[in-house]
Write a new protein. Structure first.
Length: 254
């Protein structure tokens, strides 16, 4: 819908949309990432950034469609920092254009590798909530979370985290619970506490790997896909995931 007139959209109560303005493009090559191969769905596309007209239309409709005093935007990827600070400056400008008295909030998920003081100043000034992806201490994090050359990323993520702290940007941790770190819940928990995380998200990873790629070139397939597949070797096992959560809860509640 190209028309931004608020009368053209019937407002409903608040809802949530996760925008991926750079699609599946990322500067890392995490071994468990289901989203990287989604690039196969788009052919030989070169420019992955959300075009400005689409960006403005999305923001305008998202604000107008909600009958709520606060509108919360969520930006993910791929890796959104690849778009650069100026892209998100335009985001804020467009949000202010259509806010119409509503409070606008922004949450931003990043691997942290590209964060620098330029980013820190912007995120702080515009009160972005940043989720930083980190899977625990270096031996756990680097087991799967590597760059395009297969090199570890832990120290670069920690450098980005120091940027957030230096600029007093509110942040939380997003930790993928996998076959490796699930065996050591308290090491993960105490590490996250030690680096200053007051809010933690634990996301279990369970993926099926097909014996052959489907016609779209995808190997990681949906749970109900009928093609032959096996649970991936990085998937967290059921009992381990339960024990991971219970161990951290018991430690936290004490």
């Amino acid at each position: 819908m190209a028309n931004h007139d608020k009368k053209s959209i019937k407002a409903i109560k608040a809802f949530h949309v996760m925008a991926k303005p750079t699609g599946p493009i990322c500067n890392l090559d995490c071994r468990y990432c289901f989203y990287l191969e989604k690039e196969n769905l788009y052919g030989k596309k070169q420019d992955w950034a959300m075009p400005d007209p689409v960006l403005e239309s999305y923001i305008a409709q998202f604000i107008t469609a909600q009958d709520a005093p606060t509108i919360s935007f969520a930006w993910q990827g791929g890796e959104p920092t690849l778009l650069g600070v100026d892209f998100f400056r335009r985001v804020v400008t467009i949000q202010n254009k259509y806010a119409n008295g509503k409070k606008i909030e922004n949450a931003f998920q990043t691997n942290g590798v590209l964060l620098d003081d330029h980013w820190g100043e912007f995120l702080s000034a515009n009160h972005f909530l940043v989720g930083i992806s980190i899977d625990g201490p270096s031996d756990f994090h680097d087991f799967y979370r590597v760059d395009k050359g297969g090199a570890p990323t832990f120290h670069r993520v920690m450098r980005g985290l120091r940027v957030l702290k230096r600029h007093q940007v509110e942040f939380n941790a997003l930790t993928v619970v996998n076959r490796q770190n699930s065996q050591h819940p308290l090491r993960v928990y105490h590490f996250l506490k030690g680096i200053g995380c007051q809010f933690m998200q634990f996301i279990p990873i369970v993926e099926r790997v097909a014996s052959a790629a489907n016609p779209s070139g995808l190997v990681l397939i949906a749970p109900r896909d009928p093609h032959p597949a096996q649970v991936s070797p990085w998937s967290v096992e059921p009992l381990a995931y339960g024990e991971f959560l219970c161990s951290i809860f018991d430690e936290w509640v004490r």
